[in-house]
Write a protein that binds this ligand. Structure first.
Ligand code: ADP
Ligand code: MG
Length: 243
């Protein structure tokens, strides 16, 4: 579905991504790495928000830099949904408006789907509340509903649980796993927490200093590789895993 070839991204002299190649086709994929390792930069390039890079991004075999902007928007709008760390919701609007407004802008709204999502994501009792009165976990469930309404093939998530407590984080991760399994939506999730990534992943991509240093199943992640990814002692991280 999605291929990056030899992507290099620089901010001035700082190399944020260094010759990264990567293909994503299905399943639950997690990009892990320390703060500043290049996870968000990778997602911004994949999501089309940043096209100032060298290398090629191919979506369904098409080099996106060669597409006309209308064709690119169409392809991206019909492929991706996004979930953000800071939710990116309209705080003064209701839960329902946040779920419906983005799709109203591009097509007719499937109200039945919206109602089902509100129930599935346990948002029924807050559906007419303004988002600013919701907890972080509730806000992120609105973010998930909004993303699913776009009928995406792939959901890109940048640190979706970074501002949530462990209980709310588990609910969000369980939901992502469920939409992958029941709707077949591919998930690509940036995460700082190696323990959560291992628990939910089919594939882990470890990024360090702008390079991919691991790409494979969680079972093959050794203490040494985790240490290499995080460039620090893996003991704390491993203790998290054993808990
Ligand atoms: P991560 O998401 O893994 O924490 P980022 O992709 O945000 O890492 O950052 C990768 C590198 O690029 C870091 O060195 C960061 O300081 C730098 N960087 C990210 N965004 C910008 C920006 N807008 N301007 C300058 N440098 C940036
Ligand atoms: Mg980041």
């Amino acid at each position: 579905m999605f291929t990056l070839r030899n992507i290099t991204k620089k901010y001035g002299k700082n190399i944020a991504l260094d010759n990264v190649s990567l293909s994503i086709s299905s399943g639950m994929n997690f990009i892990i790495g320390a703060s500043g390792s290049g996870k968000s930069t990778l997602l911004k390039i994949m999501s089309g928000f940043d096209d100032d890079y060298s290398g090629e991004v191919h979506l369904y075999g098409k080099n996106i830099k060669e597409l006309k902007s209308k064709e690119k928007s169409f392809l991206y709008n019909n492929t991706f949904g996004f979930i953000w760390q800071n939710f990116n919701l309209l705080e003064d609007c209701t839960v329902l408006d946040n779920i419906l407004l983005p799709v109203q802008l591009k097509s007719t709204v499937d109200r039945k789907q919206a109602e089902k999502l509100v129930c599935d994501l346990k948002l029924k009792n807050v559906v007419n509340k303004q988002v600013k009165y919701l907890s972080g976990g509730q806000k992120q469930r609105v973010g998930i509903a909004r993303a699913i309404m776009q009928k995406p093939k792939m959901i890109l998530c940048d640190e979706p649980i970074a501002s949530l407590d462990p209980k709310a984080s588990k609910v969000i991760m369980d939901q992502l796993k469920e939409i992958n399994q029941t709707k077949g939506i591919t998930c690509l999730v940036n995460l700082h927490q190696v323990d959560v990534a291992i628990k939910y992943s089919e594939r882990i991509i470890g990024v360090s200093g702008g390079k991919i240093v691991y790409d494979g199943p969680a079972e093959h992640l050794t203490k040494e590789i985790i240490q290499q990814i995080y460039q620090s002692s893996a003991n704390d991280l491993i203790m998290d895993l054993q808990r």
